[in-house]
Design a protein around this ligand. Structure first.
Ligand SMILES: [Zn+2]
Length: 402
């Protein structure tokens, strides 16, 4: 009997101690009301292979925000990672064009990066992460280009795993920038990140002093970026836009987004001077005051100087990745014409806030910006979504959760 009592006491002590030990670690596994115990992440586990992985729902720290993901756009960067992992991130949770609803917030989280109140139920997007300098706000600005910071969807994997928007839950941690965009619908929110690239490019273009109300503007390349470029220019009152591409369907869409003429380069087989003649004719006999180069093609970069008048300007934003060197003739293309050239790379926090207004304005003036999203896939079809992106069958491909 004594032995039994001793054993029972020992067992009880053990159980109590386990519970205490457990309770120290318990917050990490503490269930959030209405939130499942596990999250699902589409992990790129090797080249051309996403796998849906299940992880315990992480703890929500005092500075964290747990978001139920509603959707995320597929970007050219995701396609590069899928095909050849140029950033050596595999295994990685991709997806940086995402948005969702706050389901839980830490007690220190009160406002978004623009000072707007945040609450459970609000719809949010993230921009860059400043692990080392969490106090940076959007008002610090223009020098803070996202190209030098981390973003969710392009982070190395860690024990939280909820690091990208191709998932059903995302954990936004301390040091991240987050925006309350509850006043935008889901499709518009998915278009925020790519649109911010164009807001930034136009801000860069404006520094030349050449881009003015009703300038003649060429937009070369009618993928999602070029098409958004047309829409951004149109919302800011520039109406004399000529879009250049080789795909008639995309050129037709460029017109609906605000281009008033288009040039299909396939109609001009006689070389760049003939093509430049086509652009000039599209402007009623004038060359462009300003041009936006939105393709990753070296030939397209070299050609575009021929579309610009003496004293005109050029913004090059198409080379998101190394597309190789382009050859121009510095005498004819730059010096003799006195071209003002600016490069543009991703965006700043301030561009993000401007982008929200752009999307509302585009909607208000009837531009069919949301039709850029041509294909929607559930999370379980990540691989199909990426293959569709690579096939160039559509424009913007999006993952939409239930
Ligand atoms: Zn992107």
């Amino acid at each position: 009997m004594d032995m039994n009592s001793a054993n029972i006491e020992e067992i009880v002590r053990q159980v109590l101690s386990d519970m205490r030990g457990g309770s120290a670690a318990a917050p990490a596994k503490a269930p959030v009301a209405g939130v499942p115990a596990t999250a699902h992440v589409a992990m790129l586990t090797k080249l051309k292979q996403f796998e849906i992985k299940e992880y315990p729902m992480p703890a929500v720290g005092d500075d964290d925000i747990l978001v139920k993901v509603e959707g995320c756009g597929v970007c050219g960067t995701d396609a590069h990672e899928y095909v050849r992992d140029p950033f050596s991130l595999i295994p990685v949770a991709l997806g940086h064009e995402g948005t969702g609803e706050i389901v839980k917030m830490g007690k220190n989280v009160k406002k978004d990066s623009a000072g707007k109140p945040l609450a459970v139920g609000d719809k949010v997007v993230t921009c860059m992460i400043f692990q080392d300098d969490p106090d940076i706000t959007m008002y610090d600005l223009n020098k803070q280009n996202v190209g030098a910071a981390d973003v969710y969807g392009l982070l190395p994997d860690d024990d939280v795993h909820l690091n990208g928007w191709f998932a059903d839950y995302m954990l936004i941690r301390k040091g991240s920038t987050v925006f309350n965009v509850s006043d935008l619908d889901l499709d518009s929110r998915i278009l925020i990140e790519p649109s911010a690239v164009l807001i930034h490019a136009v801000e860069r273009a404006k520094t030349t002093g050449i881009l003015r109300f009703n300038s003649r503007v060429v937009v070369q390349g009618c993928g999602p970026i070029g098409l958004l470029c047309v829409a951004v220019l149109r919302t800011m009152g520039i109406e004399n836009i000529v879009a250049v591409d080789g795909n008639p369907k995309r050129l037709e869409f460029a017109k609906r987004l605000g281009a008033n003429a288009t040039v299909n380069f396939n109609d001009f087989k006689g070389g760049v001077d003939e093509l430049a003649g086509g652009v000039k004719a599209a402007f009623g006999g004038y060359l462009a005051d300003f041009a936006f180069q939105c393709t990753g093609s070296a030939v397209a970069h070299a050609n575009i100087y021929h579309f610009i008048r003496n004293g005109g300007g050029l913004c090059e934003l198409g080379f998101f990745v190394d597309g190789g060197p382009a050859s121009i003739n510095p005498h004819f293309d730059l010096c003799a014409k006195e071209i003002t050239l600016v490069g543009s790379w991703v965006y700043t926090l301030r561009d993000y806030a401007t982008t929200f207004d752009f999307l509302k304005r585009a909607l208000a003036i009837g531009l069919p910006v949301k039709e850029l999203i041509t294909h929607k896939f559930p999370l379980s079809q990540m691989n199909e979504a990426l293959e569709t992106n690579l096939s160039q069958a559509g424009l913007k491909i999006a993952i939409i959760n239930e």
